[in-house]
Design a protein around this ligand. Structure first.
Ligand SMILES: NC(=O)c1ccc[n+]([C@@H]2O[C@H](COP(=O)([O-])OP(=O)(O)OC[C@H]3O[C@@H](n4cnc5c(N)ncnc54)[C@H](OP(=O)(O)O)[C@@H]3O)[C@@H](O)[C@H]2O)c1
Length: 420
């Protein structure tokens, strides 16, 4: 028997909200039907109840519904009281686990394949996909190979990723994961997923111009910061619900990604959307990593926080993630300032006695050491610095260049960066 899991998730791992699927991508549903048709499907009681009445049971498949309630009736389906019972009903047939969050988590250790649809939406949810342990699972197919499909229904972008077990014969650690070094470094969200995912990671997310700099400046003033995905329409609702101020575009003159704008905020909570730093922070946080915003302003404090955590648990890994910027087509633009920011933290770590750096982390440190003297001028002259200067935001660049101006480590706890 082969057991496969199939789900659709946002890049942050959200699979459901309020008992429903928070998107409509008919192409994904069609693929779901194509793959699962003719096979038993195992699901939790809540997923069963979330199916439209006309699709309950899912046609052409033996439906097996898990519930702890002995009296539960699921007309047209087999009711099972445990995963073992459900797998016994499946017998030696190939079967699919189709949700929801609790059943995916329970079934994952038994699975030999996982089909994930990434739905490119920024959404807050209440149900999450389990984290695929990179030591056990590896992506084996992408569709499309590069980029995204666009749904005809709502224009939502999506792509399919197939995961299979990492072959026993391959090294326990892909060299690209930079094991066994304590301090590692890789770029952007793909790099973060490689080196910074999982509960044993201290993920230092570095977006010097300007998400992590502004987060640092805010936390230093006692302001908590909620990272939000860029242009997420739920940001204002979230801010209102949490008595917080929502940062807007710099040109509004109000609170924004500009570090100076957090002065005199008048509120102790700020919702800060950003395309790179905030989004990457949310992505790695969803994997269970301990996320801290790293910047030149907070390099030493962030390094000291990492050192304290490492003293408690030496098996932790410090993953430096320069987020980089984006080109208009969505490709990652590695940028000097984020490499320098990651390097400033790496250098502080070395000064505090943590010197087991991967070559990639060492590169970041040496990039920083090459510009540390007169850093403001280097930052102003960098491509991102010049972009901000030309738009009239030279002061933001100067603020971002102030080494150790903030004696705080902004740590993400329950969705908010707080001074630690
Ligand atoms: N994005 C996707 O691909 C996808 C796919 C499916 C579902 N979803 C979403 O996921 C959400 C539902 O997920 P969920 O985690 O809240 O609920 P769920 O996993 O669908 O159902 C949970 C219920 O299943 C029963 N159950 C689970 N594990 C069991 C076990 N080992 N033994 C016996 N019974 C067990 C329990 O029922 P009792 O309480 O009756 O004991 C439990 O309360 C919805 O929002 C849905 O739309 C998303």
């Amino acid at each position: 028997m082969g057991l496969s899991l199939i789900w659709a998730q946002t890049p942050d791992g959200v699979i459901g909200v309020d008992g429903t699927l928070p998107w409509h991508v008919p192409e994904d549903l069609a693929r779901f039907r194509r793959l699962t048709r003719g096979h038993p499907v195992v699901m939790g009681r809540r997923t069963w109840e979330s199916l439209p009445a006309a699709m309950r049971p899912l046609p052409g498949r033996d439906n097996i519904v898990l519930t702890g309630s002995g009296r539960y009736q699921a007309p047209g389906a087999v009711v099972a009281s445990s995963l073992d019972d459900a797998l016994a009903v499946v017998g030696d047939r190939d079967a699919w686990v189709v949700g929801g969050g609790s059943v995916y988590a329970a079934a994952l250790p038994h699975a030999d394949r996982v089909e994930v649809t990434i739905v490119d939406r920024g959404l807050r949810g209440d149900t999450y996909a389990p984290v695929l342990d990179e030591r056990r699972w590896m992506p084996v197919a992408f569709e499309p190979i590069e980029g995204w499909y666009t749904s005809a229904a709502e224009g939502t972008r999506y792509r399919f990723v197939t995961y299979a077990h990492r072959p026993e014969s391959s090294p326990a650690h892909d060299p690209r994961l930079q094991a066994p070094h304590t301090v590692r470094c890789d770029w952007g969200r793909p790099g973060a997923r490689a080196v910074a995912a999982g509960p044993d990671r201290l993920a230092v997310v570095v977006d010097v111009l300007t998400f992590s700099t502004t987060t640092s400046a805010a936390c230093a003033r006692g302001i908590d910061v909620a990272p939000f995905r860029w242009h997420d329409p739920r940001a204002q609702v979230f801010a209102d619900e949490h008595d917080a101020v929502l940062a807007k575009d710099r040109s509004t003159g109000g609170p924004s990604l500009s570090p100076g704008s957090v002065h005199g905020l008048g509120r102790d909570r700020l919702v800060l959307p950003s395309p790179n730093g905030a989004t990457t922070s949310l992505v790695v946080a969803a994997t269970g990593a301990h996320v801290v915003a790293g910047s030149v302003r907070s390099a030493d404090a962030v390094a000291r926080w990492c050192v304290r955590r490492l003293a408690e648990d030496p098996s932790l890994v410090v993953a430096l993630v320069p987020t980089g910027e984006g080109w208009p087509d969505g490709a990652l633009r590695p940028c000097a300032e984020d490499l320098w920011g990651a390097g400033a933290v790496a250098d502080a770590l070395v000064r505090h006695g943590v010197d087991d750096l991967s070559e990639e982390a060492r590169l970041a440190r040496h990039a920083w050491l090459a510009v540390a003297d007169g850093f403001t001028e280097h930052l102003l002259a960098s491509a991102s610095g010049r972009e901000l200067v030309e738009r009239g935001w030279a002061d933001d660049v100067r603020a971002a260049a102030r080494l150790d101006a903030d004696d705080v480590a902004p740590v993400l706890v329950d969705g908010w960066f707080r001074s630690a």
